[in-house]
Each structure stands twice: as C-alpha cells, then as structure tokens.
Design a protein around this ligand. Structure first.
Ligand code: F6R
Length: 242
C-alpha cells in the first residue's frame, strides 16, 4: 500500500488525476473503473483540463462504473450515468461505445448484474479502479455485511448510506433503496486501485479500513490485502491514522 498525503481536497483531486492520466499514457485503451459521489468530482475536473490541454486522450479508453441505482434510468438527473456524463464523459473524447454502467432499469437486476460481471471479464478485467469510501466503510455499494459478496450484484442500501446520499436528492424518500454494484471480488481483481478520501468526516472510516481488522463489517478493509493499492488522502482524512 502506498499513501499519498495531500494538503487538502484539491491536492487529492490533482494526485488522483495524475495517476489516471499516467495510466492512460501508458495504456491508451486501459479499462478504467470509475466512481461517482463528491470525492472524484475534482479529479474529473483536472482530467478534463488535461484533455483540453492535449496531454491525455480518451479515444481508446474503456470505462466501467462501480454502480448504479436500481429504478433510475440513465437519463434520470440523479442517476450515476447522468453524473458521469455531466462530470466527465461529455467533456472528453470517450467513445460512447466504450462506456459501461449497470442498467438501473433492467427488469431483472440479478441478470443485469451477471451481464455486467461477464462484460468486465470479457474486457480483460479492470486496469485501474478508482474508489471513494462510505462513512460506514462501503466501497462501491458493498455495505457492511456478514460476508464479502464476490461479484456484481443487487444490494440493499443501508440507512446510513441513504442518509449520506440524500443530499443529492430533494428528500430522503427519493433515494433509491437498492443499487447494482460491482462486488468485492470484482473490485479486488483490478490490477491497480486508487482509494481517494477527503475530509474529517471520513477519518474514522479511513482508520478502520486501513488499520482495523479485515472484516466484511468494514468492506474497505479487504483493500489492505491488495497488491497495488494507492491511497490518496488529505490531512483532514488522515487525522486518526497518524
Ligand atoms: C460511488 C460509490 C460510493 C462512494 C462513497 C463515497 O460510485 O460507489 O462507494 O464512493 O459513497 O461517496 P462520496 O465521495 O460522495 O463521499
């Protein structure tokens, strides 16, 4: 595990963007595992700037997103598909054919999860997976549980996740109760993982994930065993880890 200790959120964003850019320069058709939420927004902004400056090119890049809410179409303003379009895909030269996000409207979410898992395998797996962390230690939408769930699957969101994510919705009642998420094995099989963490409210999760026992009750703790984990965190998130 390598830890980049950055001064603040901007530092985290810059470092994450540099690592993704380096991946694209080394392998233009890399499979990028992407995340949504507040944490990666700044990194996507930096990537767009690097694209506009002619430093990086997304024309051959392929992407797979971690997760999508069940019940939201890709055109819904709150969907993760819309988030990705607004924050990254519409601003760089990604080929739409190379963009993959679970279909939250699939009639059979289990079958959709299996299709998505097979697609990732067919692409040759993920070269670089970007992750944020939930306050409860979730990665993707793998919530605390009695066992690590392996592959892409439908997941019930916990009350704490619904509470944390309601800031993106008009009210808590509008937050979908389920999502399709890559599983722990899907994520763990990525050849390189970046875990981006910012803010004092994440300090406990960071400490428990990286120092605590490896347990499905703290899903991110499994990352301690990954052979190429890069943690990019700011001083505020690292306050308890020192
Ligand atoms: C997002 C995802 C989630 C978030 C996590 C942190 O695709 O899978 O695990 O990374 O909930 O979210 P933020 O960055 O909003 O604190």
């Amino acid at each position: 595990m390598r830890i980049y200790r950055e001064k603040d959120y901007d530092g985290v964003s810059r470092r994450v963007a540099y690592i993704i850019a380096a991946q694209l320069l080394l392998k233009p058709d890399a499979v990028l595992g992407l995340a949504t939420g507040s944490t990666p927004v700044g990194a996507y902004e930096r990537l767009v700037e690097m694209y506009q400056a002619g430093i990086i090119d997304f024309s051959k890049a392929r992407s797979v997103n971690l997760d999508e809410y069940i019940g939201l179409s890709g055109h819904d303003p709150q969907s993760y598909a819309t988030f990705m379009h607004e924050n990254l895909f519409s601003k760089v030269n990604m080929d739409p054919a190379n963009i993959n996000i679970p279909n939250g409207m699939a009639a059979d979410p289990k079958a959709e999860a299996s299709r998505y898992e097979a697609l990732i395998q067919d692409m040759g797996g993920i070269d670089l997976q970007l992750l944020g962390i939930g306050l409860n230690g979730h990665i993707g939408f793998n919530e605390p549980a009695d066992r690590f769930l392996d592959h892409t699957h439908p997941e019930h969101l916990t009350e704490s996740t619904i509470e944390a994510n309601k800031r993106f919705f008009a009210s808590g009642d509008e937050v979908p109760k389920m999502a399709i998420t890559m599983g722990i094995r899907t994520i763990f099989d990525a050849r390189r993982i970046i875990l981006a963490i910012s803010g004092t409210n994440k300090a406990e999760a960071l400490n428990a994930a990286l120092r605590g026992p490896i347990s499905p009750q703290m899903p991110a703790s499994i990352l301690q065993l990954h052979h190429d984990l890069i943690v990019v965190a700011d001083e505020a998130a690292l306050t308890l880890y020192l």
